[in-house]
Design a protein around this ligand. Structure first.
Ligand code: AMP
Length: 284
């Protein structure tokens, strides 16, 4: 496994693979790697000749009030894990390498509509930051396939739209959400939960699973379903629910009734820690 801190360096490492016609699989991450990330890397390993992982905590996608300064960094463990998973190249640039001095980037990539909904309502400019860094990383790495988790379902759809709109020649591969034994979606931020908050957070997946069962049993009405999810999360000891929404799985538009493939999406604060989750539901 090779590591590169510079854009030139990673390009040089990949030039040979590209010339030899090897397929490049890419897993962009912010580090603090966990089972969710490993599952993406494993899938890339199975599907591509060469696997590139990037580790970069992207300041552009955090607002000043968010947790950029306390985002966990575990680079040594991340590199050891990547080596174990047989990644070929890990790209871990500094902020200065990616964005230069003071003025930084003057460009932002904005995917309208999709980026303004759900998390976009409370995290202003978040998805512009995500799209800008992902577009830049695609320009640097030039992958054939890039692997994204369904855990961040809105992000997945936005990145798909971006590469289609900008004709970026990469296939976006969706990977299922990895969960703890009790169903909580694995996240780098789970480590910040106190034992009480960790317990309360199980209500997230329990309420979503309950809704999936209700839909299977024939319930279609989104208002009823979201009310019962809200009730379950509220009684668990959550601090603040950000949203509970049932949306069209293709465009994130709210669905009053589940009459096509849909996604139930939730976001809430447990103390200082904001968690998100989502599940697929469909009409019978
Ligand atoms: P992050 O490091 O949080 O930016 O995540 C990097 C990638 O890992 C994104 O595509 C996430 O959707 C994905 N990811 C994070 N957590 C999980 C999980 N629990 N299951 C599957 N994918 C995940």
């Amino acid at each position: 496994m090779k590591t590169a801190q510079t854009i030139d360096g990673v390009r040089k490492l990949l030039a040979e693979a590209r010339q030899a016609g090897r397929s490049i699989g890419f897993v962009p991450t912010m580090g603090a790697l966990h089972e969710g990330h490993w599952s993406l890397i494993d899938q890339a390993r199975r599907e591509c000749d060469d696997v590139v992982v990037s580790i970069f905590v992207n300041p552009l996608q955090f607002s000043p009030a968010e947790d950029f300064d306390r985002y966990p960094e575990t680079l040594d463990a991340d590199l050891a894990g990547c080596e174990e998973r047989v990644a070929d190249v890990v790209f871990c640039p500094s902020v200065r390498e990616m964005y230069g001095e003071e003025a930084g980037l003057l460009t932002r990539v904005h995917v309208s509509r999709l980026a303004d909904r759900l998390c976009g309502q409370s995290r202003q400019n978040h998805f512009d930051g995500v799209c800008t860094v992902v577009a830049k990383l695609f320009g640097i790495v030039g992958p054939n396939r890039a692997f994204f988790g369904e855990k961040d379902f809105q992000q997945l759809l936005i990145v798909r739209q971006m590469v289609a709109d900008l004709s970026i020649p990469v296939e976006i591969v969706a990977c299922p959400t990895c969960r703890e034994a009790d169903g909580l979606a694995i996240s780098s931020r789970n480590r910040f939960l106190s034992p009480e908050q960790r317990k309360a957070a199980t209500s997230f997946y329990e309420s979503l699973s309950g809704a999936v069962e209700s839909v299977r049993a024939g319930r279609r009405d989104a208002a009823q379903l979201t009310a019962s999810i809200r009730h379950q999360i509220e009684t668990s000891g959550v601090d603040r629910i950000d949203y509970v929404e049932i949306v069209d799985a293709t465009n994130l538009e709210p669905l009053p009734e589940i009459d096509k493939p849909a996604r139930i999406c939730v976001a809430a604060h447990f103390g200082e820690t904001r968690l998100i989750d989502n599940v697929a539901v469909d009409a019978p």
